[in-house]
Write a protein that binds this ligand. Structure first.
Ligand code: GAP
Length: 445
């Protein structure tokens, strides 16, 4: 990677590239947008899926102690009463009396960041949950909330999961899905939005083992980011002090990434104790204790498990991966923008490019495309010069281009070009698939 610091305009460059190349669009742009809502375009939707797949692989598929669920977004409001969200999931809100902007008091200090006035209203608590009504009646009795975190889905299904999987402690329940928060100040592109996607896992443990599992998950989660290409120098683990801890937490550490505006949260790892299970036990009257049967080395006993929770944002992580991958270098005397995305995260793994719009070349290229499509997400591009097409693929992070030229028609061989080094090698069509599979470590979906 070239020697690049975090430049002032890095955020602007990434935001522009996202719009220009179809990663992320302002939502409802033809109507002037909609308050920090974003739509993921042809490339962004592929990359977001890859981020989630990479998390899923690491947290669920490659382990035997984590199972998955996919819970409802709209659930019984009793869930949010028991969890404490109705009572205390709020931010302190202040208004500037001069310019009428609204702010989170804990983020701004004594004056308005917009106009500088210190004539602010007193702060009042503003609940972040989106309320709606379920069914045709609009009254108190039909109020329901869009989930502000996926985590509660795991707690309310704890007994069902335990009974159906017969898992023993320690074990985890993982889920990826949308969450909604009526943020007072959504900001910094997709860093903080009102609708976003979370990747959360609740790991149930014996209370006396909670501290060690908390350390374990902090370490594991840091390694997920570095394993996908974020340099250690741009990551840090920051432990919360007592004042910062959430109402449910005995210990929390944020995994922070060096965003263009400084270190900021990517993921929180929390020791949620037995707070949630106990709260749901009390409110629902259902026993959520774990039973250790007699006969093993432990005495028979019942207890409410503690929970270690690594909670990440898929959309926020995607933004961090994009920022960390953005690079500019010079190839053959020409400046190029290259997204040095991990091969598992890039929207396309392979681009198939006929050298020119010759009919025979295009026919063979389509044959190559169809051979690769069952194994890789592929792009196909026959427009403009080959040099321009390489640049276009570099800019969206495609790790490999496969070029079909006039020699290919004779020798049944094609050229593989690698994104980071721009090195090219000639490969027989018969071994192309195996070659690409080796290059991508066999990780193709
Ligand atoms: N279950 C615990 C929980 O939800 P959180 O720290 O509030 O904890 C976890 O959220 C992660 O979800 C954050 O670290 C962040 O990556 C993501 N996240 C939270 N609010 C977000 C928002 N408004 N926009 C985008 N991502 C958000």
């Amino acid at each position: 990677m070239s020697d690049k610091g975090v430049s002032d305009d890095l955020l602007e460059k990434v935001v522009n590239l996202c719009k220009r190349r179809g990663f992320i669009f302002p939502s409802a742009e033809i109507y002037g947008g909609f308050r920090s809502a974003y739509d993921y375009g042809p490339l962004g939707s592929l990359m977001l899926r890859n981020v989630k797949d990479a998390w899923w692989y690491f947290m669920v598929q490659a382990r035997d102690d984590v199972v998955a669920i996919d819970a409802a977004i709209l659930s019984n409001p009793a869930v949010w009463k028991a969890s404490g969200h109705l009572e205390s999931f709020s931010d302190p809100l202040v208004d500037c009396k001069n310019c009428h902007e609204r702010w989170r008091q804990d983020k701004i200090g004594d004056s308005c960041p917009s106009c500088g006035s210190s004539d602010l209203t007193g702060s009042r608590e503003f609940n972040l949950m989106f309320a709606t009504h379920v069914g045709p009646l609009v009254d108190e009795s039909t109020v329901a909330y869009l989930r502000p975190e996926t985590a509660q889905g795991m707690f309310i299904n704890f007994a069902n999961v335990l009974a159906t999987t017969r898992k023993k402690l320690p074990f985890g329940i993982a889920q990826i899905g949308k969450s909604f928060r009526n943020e007072i100040t959504p900001q910094n592109f997709v860093f903080r939005t009102r609708e976003f996607e979370q990747m959360e896992m609740e790991y149930f443990v014996a209370p006396d083992e909670a501290d060690q599992w908390f350390e374990y998950w902090c370490e594991q989660r840091m390694s997920w980011y570095t394993g996908l290409g974020i340099s250690e120098s741009k990551l840090r683990l920051r432990h919360h002090d007592a004042e910062e801890l959430s109402h449910y937490s005995a210990a929390t550490a944020d995994i922070e990434f060096l965003f263009p505006w400084g270190f900021d949260e990517l993921e929180g790892v929390a020791n949620r104790t037995d707070y949630d299970l106990k709260a749901h036990m009390k409110a629902s009257g259902v026993n959520l204790e774990y039973f250790v049967p007699p006969g093993n080395e432990a005495e028979a006993r019942r207890f409410v498990p503690y929970v270690i929770e690594p909670a990440a944002g898929a959309t926020r992580c995607m933004m961090a991966f994009l920022i960390s991958a953005y690079d500019e270098d010079v190839v053959s005397g020409e400046k190029r923008v290259v997204m040095r995305l991990d091969k598992r995260l890039a929207p396309y793994a392979v681009a198939v490019l006929p050298l020119s719009k010759n009919e025979e070349l295009m026919k063979l290229s389509r044959k190559v495309l169809h051979m690769l499509q069952p194994h890789f997400m592929c792009d196909y591009d026959e427009t403009q010069s080959i040099g321009k097409r390489y640049r276009r693929q570099d800019e969206i992070g495609t790790p490999f281009c496969v070029t079909i030229d006039f020699d290919s028609l004779q020798d049944n061989a094609v050229t593989i070009r690698e994104r980071d080094t721009t090195k090219q090698k000639r490969v027989d069509l018969a071994s192309l698939l195996a070659e690409l599979k080796t290059e991508t470590d066999g990780f193709t979906v």
